[in-house]
Ligand binder design. Sequence first.
Ligand code: HEC
Length: 143
Amino acid sequence: MRKLVVASQFVIVSLMANSAYAETNEEPMKIREIMQGMQVNMQQIEQGIAQKDWELVSQNSLLIAEHPAPPLFEKLRIFAYINTEMGAFKKLDKKTHTTVKELAELVLQNDKGNVELKFTQLRESCEQCHQVFREEFQAYFYE
Ligand code: HEC
């Protein structure tokens, strides 16, 4: 019962957050800044692989693995929007996190041969989520 109450409170807060802001055309959301940061990390990893600078690869993998989350209020808006697709969204997010940790692990284990393949898989994991969610997300929050 308690669980149910907490869950319904969460839904109400999310809906409020959502309706308060869904209509407004405002500043880019934090999630975009976080994404842009990860894009830079990806470029650094690519450069690191090309130059065999494993320190650079490992640092930037960890930065992606531990990327900041949007602030709570924005998170609630995003969750309210994603709603029934939450399972799929979380799964894709988890895939990126798992893959980037595996990449960092390969570098630590000195398994350089597999680093490139893992990096390709990482890029694919980013793209998978973009294919499913990005366009509609941007249309919903920005247009
Ligand atoms: C679970 C879903 C998900 C995953 C995984 C994901 N993204 Fe995104 N990404 C989004 C969404 C949603 C947007 C749209 C955000 C916005 O425009 O505010 C986005 C937008 C972007 C953008 C465009 C930002 C802009 O300026 O318009 C870049 C770049 C980006 N992501 C990079 C990455 C990289 C690199 C990875 C993998 C390391 C990644 N993303 C993984 C969901 C995801």
